[in-house]
Write a protein that binds this ligand. Structure first.
Ligand code: HEC
Ligand code: HEC
Length: 381
């Protein structure tokens, strides 16, 4: 939650909104003021939390969508959020690791943004980035690596946005005309509002859970069974197939080391990709990454925090042998023996049929309506 703004500055309408948002802080679902914004969600789907100082509105969501797809929001005018977050791939990018606007390589795989707003923290292993508004600053201003490359060019970028007629109406409608609504803070509020609408709830698994027994074929139903029996749900549980999305989960539980590496038998992960360890410097946090959602997983390949796992079949092989074997090269080592591996990764035997079933189940988490929903598509075309 962002800082609270002085309530006196707002009219009765916003007062009501704040009260509504405060109710949310005590655990009640918040939908924003319905007269300002209407979530269109299937029955039973609770809207994500919304910070007190950034209420939803249609204008703001539209502004955020335009900014998300706008290459003017980068230092050299060549890149946008959408360069690395593409709708058809569940807002991931089908690359192992992306390059930023200046060609610098990231060390981690672009994350999908399906139902992103339901999470507590953002990034593969970043316990300190706690809002979407704050997260956007990382690609904008980050220098290690450069993503959008805006640092030092903020004024230029804002001047470009100011010159766009569509923005000349959307910024004041979203944030009021005075003081100057063209700020990076407002840019990020709008982008975050758009990201909060990226809600997927219409995959075959959702239709199955809503009572349509025909939504999953026999293989996917067997796969669902295996997913439960193999206890994938201990980490990928709940409606978003990740406990990182569960409001009640104890902080810290959303990170786990799955034994992808064990360089030289020391438990090490590759440089700059040590997961939670990069923040805490605690050896036992080595390799602990956020448990990602499995929604739209079939289209957000390749897999793992560094995109080093090529297919869902490879993912299953790694779990079956309780860690990945990297036979040769600078990262060689047997992840099965990683001393920091999560105890819940204990291996299992699985038949070819069992694998195919599990993959069929993971495919049933793909929501084609989300991937083609025109409300989430590039509005500049
Ligand atoms: C150069 C490619 C690139 C660009 C450009 C980019 N991202 Fe990302 N995004 C990534 C990568 C890589 C990660 C994982 C970062 C990490 O863990 O360090 C990520 C993570 C995220 C996350 C966290 C998701 C989660 O589930 O925790 C959000 C939200 C996000 N990006 C939104 C944005 C927005 C908004 C923009 C534009 C302002 C943007 N990204 C621009 C590559 C990119
Ligand atoms: C101990 C918690 C835990 C368990 C149990 C677990 N996972 Fe994961 N899963 C993770 C974490 C953490 C990652 C990311 C690891 C990384 O990239 O280093 C992940 C990644 C994945 C990915 C790739 C996601 C992506 O976006 O790249 C898939 C697919 C997956 N798991 C499926 C499964 C299946 C199927 C099972 C059961 C056989 C399972 N997981 C069991 C924690 C877990």
């Amino acid at each position: 939650m962002g800082p609270r703004l002085p309530r006196a500055a707002y009219g009765a309408l916003l007062g009501a909104l704040l009260a509504c948002a405060e109710a949310h802080e005590t655990g009640e679902p918040l939908s924003g003021n319905p007269s300002l914004f209407r979530w269109s969600l299937p029955a039973g789907v609770v809207p994500p939390p919304v910070p007190v100082d950034n209420p939803m509105s249609d204008a703001k969501v539209e502004l955020g969508r335009r900014l998300f797809y706008d290459t003017r929001l980068s230092g050299n005018g060549a890149f946008a959020c959408s360069s690395c977050h593409r709708q058809e791939f569940g807002f991931a990018d089908a690359k192992n690791i992306p390059l930023g606007s200046t060609g610098q390589a990231h060390t981690r795989n672009s994350m999908g943004l399906t139902n992103v707003a339901y999470q507590r923290n953002f990034g593969w292993a970043d316990p300190g980035t706690l809002s979407l508004e704050a997260q956007a600053l990382i690609p904008e201003l980050g220098e290690l690596p450069v993503e959008l490359g805006i640092k030092g060019r903020e004024a230029d970028v804002l001047a470009r946005l100011r010159a766009e007629p569509v923005y000349q109406s959307l910024f004041p409608t979203s944030f009021g005309a005075t003081p100057d609504p063209f700020t990076l803070t407002n840019v990020n509020r709008a982008i975050a509002a758009f990201e909060r609408t990226l809600i997927s709830a219409n995959a075959p698994i959702d239709r199955f859970n809503r009572g349509d027994s025909t939504a999953l074929n026999a293989a996917a139903r067997r796969g669902l069974n295996a997913f439960n029996t193999l206890r994938c749900t201990r980490c990928h549980g709940g409606p978003n197939f990740s406990i990182a999305f569960e409001a009640g989960a104890p902080a810290g539980d959303e990170f786990a080391n799955t034994g992808l590496y064990n360089i030289g038998g020391t438990g090490a992960y590759p440089t700059r990709n040590g997961g939670l360890f990069e923040h805490t410097r605690r050896p036992s946090d080595m390799g602990r990454m956020k448990i990602p959602t499995l929604r739209n997983i079939a289209v957000s390949f390749p897999y793992g925090h560094d995109g080093s796992v090529g297919s869902l079949d490879d993912v299953i092989s790694n779990y079956a042998r309780a860690g990945r074997l990297v036979p040769v090269g600078p990262n060689a080592g047997d992840g099965q023996l990683n001393p920091f591996k999560d105890r819940r990764i204990s291996g299992f035997a699985i038949s070819p049929q069992g694998r195919a079933d599990l993959v069929a189940f993971l495919n049933a988490l793909t929501d084609s309506t989300f991937l083609t929903d025109r409300r989430f598509a590039n509005p500049w075309r």
